[in-house]
Design a protein around this ligand. Structure first.
Ligand code: PEP
Length: 258
């Protein structure tokens, strides 16, 4: 983390877990635990039907609610899809884009790019995900692959909007597997992502952009991962479903830094 230049963000990704009633229960418990002092930014990205309950519960707090996906089109014949202006109107601040689980369902880099542009246009903060498979890592192409995903995802994002984008590095082999990247492995790729952003934009923009790590981050390993200079927070799946665990990760993000 480097709080001088950029935001620290702890974001939960609930995936397809919790009903609206369970959302209310979580939020009530979580609100009761929230410390009074200064906090890093906190986001909870929840299933679409849980957004109203989450927004209602977190209205007076500093927790921003997010969606887990969006459609890039403004409106029209896209049965089952949700447009960015609908998310804004529902009270969302964030939207996860290009999660590997959605890419596995057929989402392409071009889709990711269109969604990032639509999210920015609507005033949402896109949390754009990238990450390599174990096979790609073992064949030594992680850096090229990540650079390609970042370049494709950010195409057409202007100089004045780039700082609104949050990038999440999520090695696919670490998501939901309990196999966390080591702090060195995670830092190496997050630093590389910052270099890619520097080349695409500028040093100032690269220094200001928040880059998160995701992949089995939990209350035990968060402190060490978040102590890395280029890891500005976490995108957390499993551990964000339990208020106590999520809070411990937030506490780890509020650690003193050099
Ligand atoms: C995720 O879903 O983005 C994720 C990182 O999941 P987990 O923390 O469960 O590995």
């Amino acid at each position: 983390m480097n709080r001088k230049y950029r935001k620290t963000i702890i974001a939960g990704n609930w995936k397809m877990n919790k009903t609206p009633s369970e959302t209310k229960e979580f939020m009530t418990a979580f609100k009761g635990m929230m410390p009074k002092g200064r906090w890093c930014d906190v986001a909870l990205c929840v299933p679409a039907v849980c957004i109203p309950a989450a927004v209602r519960a977190m209205r007076e707090t500093r927790v921003g609610i997010g969606a887990e996906n969006c459609n890039a089109n403004a409106s029209g014949a896209y049965t089952g899809e949700i447009a960015t202006n609908m998310l804004v109107d529902a009270g969302c601040k964030y939207v996860i884009i290009g999660h590997s689980e959605r890419r596995a369902m057929g989402e392409t880099d071009a889709d990711v790019n269109a969604k990032v542009l639509a999210a920015l246009e609507a005033g949402l903060i896109p949390i754009m995900c990238c990450g390599e498979t174990l096979e790609q890592r073992e064949s030594g192409i992680t850096s090229e692959w990540i650079a390609m995903q970042i370049k494709a995802g950010l195409q057409g994002v202007s100089e004045d909007k780039i700082r609104k984008v949050v990038i999440a590095y999520e090695p696919i082999w670490a998501i939901g597997t309990g196999k966390t990247a080591t702090p060195d492995q995670a830092e190496e790729v997050c630093e590389h992502i910052r270099t890619v952003v520097r080349k695409l934009y500028s040093s100032k923009n690269a220094r200001a952009i928040s880059i998160l790590y995701g992949g089995s981050m939990n209350e035990k390993n968060a402190f060490e991962l978040l102590a890395q200079p280029d890891i500005d927070g976490g995108l957390i799946g499993g551990a964000s479903l339990v208020p106590e665990k999520f809070l411990q990760i937030i506490n780890a993000a509020n650690q003193p830094t050099a």
